[in-house]
Design a protein around this ligand. Sequence first.
Ligand code: NAD
Ligand code: UGA
Length: 459
Amino acid sequence: MDAPSIRSICCIGAGYVGGPTMAVVADRCPHIQVTVVDLNAERIGAWNSADLSMLPIYEPGLDEVVGRARGRNLHFTTSVEGAIAAADMVFISVNTPTKTHGVGAGQASDLKWIEASARVLAKAATGHTIVVEKSTLPVRTAQAVKSILEAGPAGKSFSVLSNPEFLAEGTAIRDLENPDRVLIGGESREAIEALAGIYGQWVAPEKILRTNLWSSELSKLTANAFLAQRISSINSIAALCEATGADVREVANAIGADSRIGPKFLKAGPGFGGSCFQKDILNLVYLCRYYGLEDVASYWEQVVTLNSWQQHRISRLVVNRLFGTISGKRIAVLGFAFKADTNDTRESPAIQVCKDLLEEGAMLAIVDPKVREGQIAIDLGKPAGQGEANWQLLGSVEAAAEGADALVLLTEWEQFGQINWPAVVSVMRKPAWLFDSRAKADGAAARAAGLNVWTLGEG
Ligand code: NAD
Ligand code: UGA
């Protein structure tokens, strides 16, 4: 049997994955109608905004792709059931956060949004529908999805595929347009080839990998665990570098030159953030325990433990260097997003570092080119305010530095590499410090302008 030709796609979930992924599919496949649905009307409204700078997600290049396809064959709507009924293929790209209560709380994935998606699919789909798991899921979730679909009304049929997404935020469009690989797991050859045919419009055939369902689901958790493990590994060595006089960037360079190790994901920093690394490793840990593999679970758990240690280590260090107290002192925080080139703050190391500094009574002056004040208020659990143990969002490094004892650089935004140090230092209270957790600032220029400089991983 030939692979069915797909003319209409629906994607449930217009978030960081659903939005950009479907925008690229629509851009590359003008013959397919792509409809992205979400229950969040405000988010859908933002995707439909006439002003492309108001899209709900900031990603370099996203506005151009959306601008080309939207209204032609890319649509955003809250009419979930109508879009499902019209689709030959439905992607599920909803959130799968860590459970906060009940069995597995703190580790297992909360699959309630996946289940809700499967139930609405069972109800609204017509004819034969290929269902694609795009969300990151615990291995064997496809079994649960199939059970729900099969228990729905008669007269319809489904094939379930796993097609995890490997894009990183900040480079989402580049990653989607030129992926290292596309992974498709499934049981139905026709369904696999139908999805491969879509990616085949722009991805080289040898990059499209086909596996069974469970290998595909587990490969996604494993990829994130390996990436996060490299970061915890290099961060652990950074601390040892500081203690011994070695320099973690020189060490990373030296080990990364070994082709078996490779140079990527060896940047020491304030600890990994983002919505996925921690949740996916904790999910892996939960699965290992569920299958009785206690030693394997503890091995992966340590990657997360070291990451939180790294975040707390930075705030403790700031307090120590500022004579053991930061109560009532102004501290400028450079960067709040979990990495550069995104407005996403989920699990950003800046959240923990700022909470620690506020707990010590500091006055924080935060600067971030993309994160909005309302988001910081949610993350820090309090609105902006003046005085001790409060925070404000400022528009420039110079404004944040006014009267500050220290600058703490937490996100590697390009602009923090181009600070006018004499101007900034002149408005700070002395002795003044720069704590650079990303080695992004020009440390030599900052020192020359009169700052004490601490750079993470530099002995
Ligand atoms: P997100 O929270 O940004 O978006 C999910 C969207 O799904 C939300 O807008 C929510 O309103 C919507 N939604 C939830 N239930 C719904 C329902 N029943 N009907 C309609 N809409 C519904 O999440 P995200 O960052 O896009 O992540 C989605 C999945 O992709 C997660 O499993 C995540 O682990 C995975 N992933 C994320 C990234 C990333 O960079 N963010 C990368 C790869 C994989
Ligand atoms: C990560 C993976 O890279 C993607 O492949 C995956 O699809 C995604 O998670 C997901 O499943 O959500 P993302 O979290 O968007 O992507 O961004 P990364 O570039 O991986 O950065 C994650 C965190 O690690 C950031 O806080 C970043 O600053 C930090 N990091 C990254 C380092 O500290 N050092 C490095 O060398 C690399």
